[in-house]
Design a protein around this ligand. Structure first.
Ligand SMILES: Cc1cc2nc3c(=O)[nH]c(=O)nc-3n(C[C@H](O)[C@H](O)[C@H](O)COP(=O)(O)OP(=O)(O)OC[C@H]3O[C@@H](n4cnc5c(N)ncnc54)[C@H](O)[C@@H]3O)c2cc1C
Length: 435
């Protein structure tokens, strides 16, 4: 009997090691290519569930901080900032330059006074320098057990990477690599950029708080010409500042930034345009200057808003799943892209954690369809309606918001963070009359 008990101990120990080792062998391995807002939120959420994540970043954390241009502005609404907080990634809440609402001047006719809307978001939002977030979050990723590889991934490498993982996720934004995911031609509307963009991080703007009682994102819509706006911004070294973004309709009088070769040139061109064409706005921004000590803090270019399919195929035939801008690209006009990218990354990570294995094409289709219907579809629709400004219901909403503060708050400004709340009524001018 003693011998049997001794052997039983050995057998139990062997079973223990067998299960321990085999559970390590089957641990889900996920590769994430692209370390921006979407790739980092997705990776951190998976890490928090104990999943083995390898993240491929084009730049080291130090490069992100010292020698990269911003990928955008990304003013994020409160529900999205809460996702960052939930993942232990919100380091800036106490000292970021927050926006409480929006101030919109809609100039329909050159000779008529602008229609002005003042609306509060309900909760504060903020745009924190993405380069500073990437730097901190990449260090956190390593410290929390993730594997970080600094590499500019090409298609052949992407295929190799996918062979070593159970799921490969593409979070490379608007890069050429994202084109491996086919366009969804039923959901995409545009083939060409709708605006020529120029962005610069600026200081010296007086702001609008004294005039309206809160700190807004300031929009100016010039019918037929385009838009420009200032977004409260927290720059990595200068702190409180503004991201100024020009959205020029191609060929319009505002389309005069394509030759700019520096942030300084973007700022002086913007001041000259505003002084000449929108003089009543000039006083507030006449001391505006390009942010000091950061030659990279500007962008110019253009891209069409697009929606891609739920997956693409690598040369080996394996499927690859997009998140963030690799999946849906928004024009910056309505501040939807970074918000959607974060919600998308978080929701997709939750689905990966639930599924744990067998990430096949039908699963990718199902999770993509679910996110599109529940979240992205109306954000895309609303954002594009701001680009078009052709719907009588949208124009009437702006007029009614200008006359009635509660409509401006509840039915306009607050809904920027939850575009589902705009529909179906924003399709119907009589519903807007009844608000
Ligand atoms: C001017 C401008 C203003 C904007 N303002 C707002 C706003 O106010 N609010 C808002 O919500 N959204 C805004 N957006 C949109 C927002 O910036 C994007 O939606 C958001 O950054 C998308 O995040 P992402 O991680 O999907 O892509 P990205 O931020 O583009 O990140 C992609 C990452 O992939 C990496 N990468 C690319 N190619 C490779 C490769 N081959 N190998 C390895 N890595 C690679 C890049 O280095 C980058 O880190 C704005 C965009 C622009 C351009």
């Amino acid at each position: 009997v003693d011998v049997l008990i001794e052997r039983l101990d050995v057998i139990i120990e062997q079973f223990y090691w067998y299960f321990l080792l085999s559970s390590e062998v089957v641990m889900t391995r996920v590769a994430v290519v692209g370390a921006g807002q979407a790739g980092l939120i997705f990776s951190h959420k998976l890490l928090s569930a104990g999943i083995d994540v390898t993240l491929y970043s084009q730049h080291t954390p130090e490069q992100w901080l010292r020698c990269c241009a911003p990928t955008g502005t990304a003013f994020l609404y409160d529900d999205v900032l809460r996702i960052e907080r939930e993942l232990g990634l919100d380091y800036w809440a106490d000292h970021m330059h927050v926006g409480d609402g929006l101030l919109l001047d809609y100039c329909g006719d050159k000779n008529a006074a602008p229609i002005t809307v003042k609306g509060r978001f309900g909760n504060k939002g903020a745009a924190v320098d993405q380069r500073m977030k990437n730097h901190r979050w990449l260090h956190d990723f390593i410290n929390r057990g993730g594997s970080l590889i600094t590499e500019n991934v090409n298609l052949a490498r992407l295929d190799e990477i996918s062979q070593q993982s159970d799921l490969t996720v593409l979070a490379t934004g608007k890069s050429d690599l994202s084109k491996i995911i086919p366009l969804d031609t039923t959901r995409s509307i545009y083939q060409k950029p709708q605006r020529h963009l120029a962005m610069a991080i600026v200081q010296g703007v007086d702001g609008w708080r004294e005039k309206i009682g809160f700190n807004p994102v300031k929009f100016t819509f010039l019918s037929g010409v385009g838009e420009y706006f200032w977004v409260p911004y927290t720059h990595k070294s200068a702190g409180d500042s503004w991201s100024m973004l020009i959205e020029a309709k191609p060929g319009s009088s505002l389309d005069c930034f394509t030759h700019c070769r520096s942030g300084h040139e973007v700022v002086s061109q913007a001041k000259a345009f505003i002084k000449k064409n929108v003089p009543w706005e000039y006083e507030t921004i006449k001391s505006m200057s390009f942010v000091e000590e950061d030659e990279y803090a500007w962008l110019k270019g253009g891209f069409p808003p697009t929606v891609r399919k739920a997956f693409g195929h690598l040369p080996s035939g394996r499927p690859i799943m997009p998140i963030g801008d690799s999946s849906v690209v928004f024009d910056p006009i309505g501040g939807q892209g970074g918000n959607n990218a974060t919600r998308n990354a978080f929701a997709m990570a939750e689905q990966v954690i639930l599924r744990a294995e067998n990430f096949d094409e039908s699963w990718m289709n199902a999770v993509n369809q679910n996110f599109w219907e529940s979240t992205a579809k109306n954000a895309f629709k609303f954002n594009n309606s701001l680009l078009e400004m052709s719907s009588p219901a949208m124009l009437r909403l702006i007029e009614r918001s200008a006359d009635d503060e509660s409509i401006a708050n509840q039915h306009f400004a607050e809904n920027f963070s939850k575009p589902n709340a705009f529909y179906p009524w924003l399709d119907d001018i009589s519903a807007v009359e009844q608000l």
